[in-house]
Design a protein. Structure first.
Length: 188
């Protein structure tokens, strides 16, 4: 059975984006890229909320035609272009990016159906609004978080105090040279 996993970067004070939703605070380097690549290997379908979907759809297809794209970016662009993608939104009229399914309602039922299918995990990439909604419904099975050594003070919170009580088990953690801590939790 597949799991629904949240993969998110966050500041020490729990923000998944700055006040403008930006990720400029990330301590992104080769070591963190390697960690992200490990997570990507577990993905059967990326899961996005509307805003993250628009960001991904607007960026990755352009890399495919960029003669200056590095090998890693090009490989990721090809992967994300072809893999089945899922976007949850009640307001999007359509999701036209290659191999994308739009889910507008019956979220818990649709996720249960997808979890029952064979294959790799369903992984939410960032998408803090969607992540909070899915936490509130008790649907997230595991958390792959990167905790960055910065306090933003304000921004787009990953947790809003409405999530269901979840007893989590830490299955792995690593401290990267940059001070970023990777945390892998599963529901008990």
């Amino acid at each position: 059975m597949r799991k629904l996993v949240l993969f998110a970067h966050m500041s020490l004070d729990g923000f998944a984006g700055d006040a403008d939703g930006g990720l400029g605070f990330l301590t992104y380097n080769e070591e963190l890229q390697q960690f992200a690549d490990e997570v990507v290997k577990t993905v059967g379908a990326p899961v996005y909320g509307k805003n993250t979907y628009h960001l991904m759809e607007g960026y990755w297809p352009t890399v495919l035609n960029d003669p200056n794209a590095d090998e890693h970016s090009l490989a990721h662009a090809k992967w994300v272009q072809e893999i089945p993608k899922i976007v949850f939104s009640t307001t999007l009229e359509s999701a036209d990016w290659n191999n994308t399914t739009l889910i507008k309602d019956n979220i818990a039922e649709e996720i249960s159906k997808m979890k029952a299918q064979p294959g790799k995990d369903l992984v939410i990439f960032g998408s803090p609004g969607l992540a909070k909604s899915l936490m509130n419904l008790g649907l997230i099975d595991a958390y792959q978080l990167t905790l960055h050594p910065i306090i933003l003070g304000k921004g787009n919170s990953l947790f809003d105090g409405k999530a269901q009580l979840s007893n989590l088990k830490l299955v792995e953690s690593r401290t990267l040279g940059s001070g970023v801590v990777t945390l892998h939790y599963v529901n008990q």
